[in-house]
Ligand binder design. Structure first.
Ligand SMILES: NC(=O)c1ccc[n+]([C@@H]2O[C@H](COP(=O)([O-])OP(=O)(O)OC[C@H]3O[C@@H](n4cnc5c(N)ncnc54)[C@H](O)[C@@H]3O)[C@@H](O)[C@H]2O)c1
Length: 342
């Protein structure tokens, strides 16, 4: 049987360090793949290419599956984000970001258990990139919300909720102010809900949602929203469960899926061996589940939970003193001892 091919973008800053750590753990779990290394981000820019080169996009389109490290977007200079380019080119319309409390990892609040998933629209909204200056003293950006875009996103969210046995899907919006754009989103949300009678469907205005998330986050289950609100609210949720170092993500389209952490390239700690590889690792576990490798995903996931609960070999962002390598070694040791015990 031929080995599964997976596109791999190590990325910038801490990207190569956390990618190496994740590959070591996957290998130790006996997950075999042919990794196809691709350029994006600063490496591509230095070669005079766009941050997301067309050949990288074509390769991912052909392979259908990618694991991506974070890429730096230089401020100014006309560089567009590699991520925005990739999501648009491959029509990766659903960005899935789970946020779950983990034993041993302290969030900002005691005794609060968070277990929610944000499904964020990934191709429209203010991120459609339609910005212009009609006057030197005025900039305008256009918010694009389409009916087909809302329909497929909301159906994706309900479908995912059903498959995972989730009980509630909440739409986040600002339809009280953006009556047409967010009104359209809300209309399609409730239309989609009709096909999923067993799941409770409700909605919340984005500002109230933020307040509720920091006061009573355990009330939420699956949340579905437009691009900009989802970008902001999902970082807030990452903060609720221990920070960006633990927040994974998946970008899903009809024919391709790209898995990447929520965080960026963290240039402030790059090359120091301090980065937490868990967010990229959890993204890789989402990828394993996406391709049906449940047992390997569980083996690795359980080992991570044990190492975090023990709290000794964890990186600085999780309150420990371990380097990326020491933490990775601890996860591999834990996995091997679990495998022996079984
Ligand atoms: N998906 C992506 O590729 C992606 C996402 C967000 C930002 N970016 C890019 O990344 C660059 C840096 O952005 P930023 O500084 O605003 O955000 P960032 O997420 O890179 O860093 C924010 C803070 O979190 C810390 N941090 C992030 N990930 C960590 C990890 N795994 N372990 C330990 N600490 C971690 C950093 O040290 C920093 O203090 C920018 O160029 C931005 O455009 C890329």
């Amino acid at each position: 049987m031929s080995m599964r091919r997976i596109a791999l973008i190590p990325g910038d800053g801490i990207g190569p360090e956390i990618t190496a750590a994740v590959l070591r753990i996957l290998e130790a779990a006996d997950f075999q793949a042919e990794w196809v290394y691709l350029d994006a981000g600063l490496d591509a820019i230095e070669l005079g290419k766009p941050a997301m080169p067309p050949e990288t996009i074509s390769a991912i389109r052909e392979i259908g599956l990618a694991l991506k490290g974070p890429t730096t977007t230089p401020v100014g200079g006309g560089h567009t984000s590699a991520n925005v380019a990739l999501r648009k080119a491959l029509d990766l319309y659903a960005n899935v970001r789970p946020a779950k409390s983990l034993p041993g990892v302290r969030g900002p609040f005691e005794n609060t258990h968070v277990d929610l998933i944000i499904v964020r629209e990934n191709t429209e909204d203010l991120y459609a990139g339609i910005e212009f200056m009609p006057h030197p003293d005025m900039a305008q950006a256009i918010k694009v919300i389409t009916r087909p875009g809302c329909k497929r996103l909301c159906e994706f969210a309900f479908d995912m909720a059903r498959k995972q046995g989730r009980k509630r899907v909440t739409a986040i919006h600002k339809a009280n102010i953006m009556k047409l754009a967010d009104g359209l989103f809300l209309e399609e949300f409730y239309k989609a809900a009709k096909g999923y009678e067993e799941i409770k469907a409700d909605d919340i205005i984005v500002d109230n949602c933020c307040m509720q998330l920091v006061t009573k986050p355990d009330q939420f289950d699956v949340m579905v929203t437009e691009n900009l609100y989802g970008d902001i609210v999902s970082d807030l949720c990452a903060g609720l469960v221990g920070g960006l170092g633990l927040a994974p993500g998946a970008n899903i389209g009809e024919t391709c899926a790209v898995f990447e952490s929520v965080h960026g390239s963290a240039p402030d700690i790059a090359g120091k061996g301090l980065a937490n590889p868990t967010a990229l690792l959890f993204s890789a576990l989402m990828m394993l589940r996406h391709i049906g490798e449940y047992a390997k995903a569980d083996l690795i996931g359980n080992a991570v939970v044990e190492v975090l609960a023990e709290g000794i070999h964890v990186t600085g962002d999780m309150g420990g003193r371990a380097t990326t390598k020491e933490y990775t070694d601890a996860v591999i040791r834990q996995m091997q001892s679990t495998a022996v015990a079984v």
